[in-house]
Design a protein around this ligand. Structure first.
Ligand SMILES: [Zn+2]
Length: 471
């Protein structure tokens, strides 16, 4: 006899797995927009696109319709007149110097450093100064679409504290320099302190500690070698200014018989993850060394223009395959803001001026530098820099409803040549919304702006106080 057909058993065994496949999967957040610019390997741009996020990671990137049928989420942000892009990655800055914004402009780098910045720092930089300066910087950065920044300053543990409060990501390098500075009397003290700092933060989900020898002209060969050894001991990056001015290269040639890049290479400074800021005065052989050593270049067009440092041969570097990211550099005289959208625009324009060819560094390549390029420079291309399933959820919603955003023919052109940092409307880092409708959810902007004004009076006073004379 036939057994009677057991309908419920059939559904359980055969149909349930199929039904499960088609049932909506849970996500925590879905962000959808008119365009999703992924910056993935194919540079997919999805019209009416969406990104589903679970925890700190992206789980899917697709059309709005597909994401909405495959995922359910308690939080859904849908902006029909906006473009969703990967979080911008700043590869070189000095965040806490925001409290010195505009202190001295229109000077040579040496004059600016020796007569204004170094004395102002000696008299004002304390752990609290760095904490408030970084809070101010993080506020400005997040409101203009930066999600990760690469820093070099003093009391870098305070930079880390402010970065974590902001909910941002940072590669935060403690400065090592060959003269007494606010947080160390000697480079040796500084290296010892940096080791403790690295141990404290090396497993942090948002902060990557780094060793930051200021430059070859402010450090001895032994200190530079010790910096590399310390960075390699803990597998953390080394951040350094390289070949920023003609003088740096000429002096190095006079003193060591070789240019800046081969000199640093001969000391072994590039034997490990390195972020080299500027690289303006590099020739083809120097670029060959940067490529071979996998050095990431942090291009800072605003700074190079404002300080008349020169024009870094970025188009050539990109053609050779060198990793290039962008950075605003310091806010105190070499820029004076943290707007990465502006750096993208200037990076593209400056190469056109330098080469006489308007076809070099097109908009798409400029956006690449600010996203995937930056991720490669800091060694994070596996989990940052693009909107792809499996990557960390760092992304920015940029509005397309203002006069300078319409009409729209090409989204890359709009992002690089027309839109501004102030068009960033919502920002997510590590799956957490830190900016909503152009307001920070993590930092108190009223308190920070008041505090910045207070610091201005103190700094101004300190510069007019005669320096104690030592005999
Ligand atoms: Zn710098």
């Amino acid at each position: 006899m036939f057994r009677s057909f057991d309908k419920s058993a059939f559904i359980c065994v055969y149909l349930w797995p199929i039904l499960l496949c088609h049932a909506a999967q849970p996500a925590d957040q879905i962000w959808s927009a008119r365009y999703v610019v992924t910056m993935d390997a194919e540079h997919r741009v999805i019209e009416n696109g969406a990104v589903a996020v679970r925890g700190s990671h992206i789980v899917a990137v697709d059309t709005r319709a597909n994401i909405n049928s495959r995922y359910t989420a308690p939080n859904h942000l849908d902006r029909t007149e906006a473009v969703l892009i990967p979080g911008l990655i700043d590869t070189h800055t000095h965040a806490a110097m925001s409290l010195f914004r505009g202190i001295a402009d229109d000077l040579t780098l040496q004059d600016w450093l020796e007569h204004y910045i170094f004395p102002a720092e000696a008299r004002n930089v304390t752990p609290d100064f760095v904490l408030w300066g970084t809070r101010l910087a993080c506020l400005e950065m997040m409101l203009s679409g930066t999600t990760t920044f690469t820093d070099m300053y003093y009391f870098e543990d305070r930079v880390a504290e402010a970065t974590k409060e902001a909910g941002m990501r940072g590669v935060l390098g403690e400065t090592i320099i060959g003269f007494p500075v606010p947080d160390a009397k000697t480079p040796k003290d500084s290296l010892a302190w940096t080791e403790g700092y690295i141990q404290r933060y090396r497993n942090d989900p948002l902060v990557t500690p780094a060793v930051a020898p200021h430059a070859l002209y402010t450090n001895s060969a032994e200190t530079l070698k010790a910096c590399r050894a310390l960075a390699n001991k803990y597998s953390v990056p080394l951040v350094i200014h390289v070949a920023e001015t003609r003088k740096e290269n000429d002096d190095c040639l006079k003193q060591n018989g070789v240019r800046a890049v081969p000199w640093l290479n001969s000391l072994g400074v590039f034997n490990g993850r390195t972020v080299a800021a500027h690289c303006v005065w590099v020739d083809r052989a120097d670029m060959g060394i940067l490529l071979k050593s996998n050095v990431g270049v942090a291009h800072c067009p605003s700074s190079n223009m404002k300080l008349a440092s020169g024009i870094a041969p970025i188009a050539q570097m990109l053609a050779m395959g060198i990793h290039v990211g962008l950075g605003p550099d310091g806010p105190a005289g070499s820029n004076n803001d943290f707007d990465m959208m502006e750096e993208m625009n200037l990076a593209a324009d400056l190469q056109k001026v330098a080469t006489g060819d308007p076809r070099v560094v097109p908009a798409e390549q400029a956006l690449e530098m600010a996203t995937m390029g930056g991720a490669r420079v800091i060694g994070r291309e596996h989990d940052l820099g693009s909107l792809e399933a499996g990557k960390l959820a760092d992304m920015v919603m940029i509005r397309l409803d203002r006069p300078h955003a319409v009409p729209l023919y090409n989204i890359y052109s709009q992002l690089v040549y027309a839109l501004k940092g102030s068009d960033a409307r919502d920002v997510m880092v590590n799956g957490r919304v830190i900016v909503s409708d152009s307001r920070s959810l993590t930092l108190d902007s009223g308190v920070i702006i008041t505090k910045a004004r207070e610091y201005r009076s103190r700094v101004e006073q300190s510069l007019h106080t005669p320096k104690a004379v030592s005999h």
